[in-house]
Design a protein around this ligand. Structure first.
Ligand code: AMP
Ligand code: FE
Ligand code: FE
Ligand code: ZN
Length: 276
């Protein structure tokens, strides 16, 4: 049953839909609940929660943290009470990286000012925002094209940012009072043994769940992840990773081509684990 979406980005980070609009969209799609999981911040939650009260949709506070584990691995955190200083530091590192990217573009003669970007896009800016500007300048067809030619790893305006390691990220979510979940496990291109190693390592630091259903994952892929979650006694979660027009192929609640269906029962278990 298509009842919830536990992975949504808003204008709090690099989504294009303001929190309130995301909640409206969730209501229009007939969902019972949704989580706001912006990158490195929970800034969008209060607005979403207020809209949820008004529109009769349950809104779950969440976050998505980028970590380093050879490849970039993302950790979702749900029901965080407050961000520990460590996570606040992550936003600061992002800010320093962004200022460098803006300076590179300005040095090329593009009308980019990081101060203006902050006014326009808010506190947590990501590479998709730089992509959006490149589209506006007529230098890229769309945000994906901007990643391929300008802001993706190794491209002209790419500047890496420091990320915290995976153990620390999982622990930071726990320390913030939240439930840590491994996001989109197939993104890391790991075989069964490697994925198990990753999961077991995260469990040593407090991991509680796996994102088993995700935009574009086949029923077979989801079933594999669900079996793995059950085997390890972990919670199952699922969500679209909706980013609005920054990732126009992904629909809130229903994923890619309607592949996504996440039952409310999974949220009930998550809430119980969070003591909610
Ligand atoms: P950042 O966190 O600023 O380094 O930017 C990374 C974010 O860019 C990811 O979390 C994705 O949301 C987004 N992203 C990565 N690749 C693409 C792409 N090809 N098209 C659009 N967005 C992307
Ligand atoms: Fe993103
Ligand atoms: Fe992610
Ligand atoms: Zn995401």
């Amino acid at each position: 049953m298509r009842e919830i979406d536990l992975h949504i980005h808003t204008t709090g980070s690099d989504g294009t839909c303001p929190p309130r609009e995301a909640v409206k969209l969730a209501r229009d799609r007939g969902l019972k609940a949704m989580a706001v999981t912006d990158h490195d911040t929970v800034i969008g939650y209060p607005e979403a929660a207020a809209a949820g009260e008004e529109l009769g949709i349950e809104v779950v506070p969440g976050i998505e943290i980028s970590t380093k584990y050879g490849v970039a691995v993302h950790i979702l955190g749900y029901y965080l009470e407050d961000l520990v200083p460590l996570l606040k530091g992550v936003v600061n590192d992002r800010d320093i990286r962004n200022a460098k990217m803006a300076a590179l573009m300005a040095a090329d003669g593009l009308p980019v000012s990081y101060a203006k970007m902050k006014e326009r896009f808010g506190a947590v800016i990501g590479r998709p925002h730089f992509g959006e500007l490149l589209v506006e300048f007529g230098l890229a067809r769309d945000v994906s094209d901007a990643f391929a030619r300008f802001v993706g790893r190794g491209q002209k305006y790419y500047v890496p940012r420091t990320t915290i390691d995976i153990d620390t990220s999982v622990e930071a979510v726990v320390a913030s009072g939240g439930v840590p979940v491994l996001a989109h496990p197939f993104q890391y291109k790991k075989n069964d043994a490697e994925l198990r190693e990753l999961i077991e390592r995260c469990m040593d630091h407090g991991l509680r769940g796996i994102e088993c259903r995700y935009s574009g994952y086949s029923p077979e892929q989801s079933a594999y992840l669900e079996r793995m979650a059950e085997e390890y006694g972990l919670l199952k979660t699922g969500g679209s990773d909706y980013h609005g027009s920054h990732k126009p192929h992904i629909a809130l609640g229903s994923g890619i081509g309607g592949n996504l269906e996440v039952p409310y029962e999974w949220l009930e278990r998550l809430k119980a684990a969070a003591g909610q």
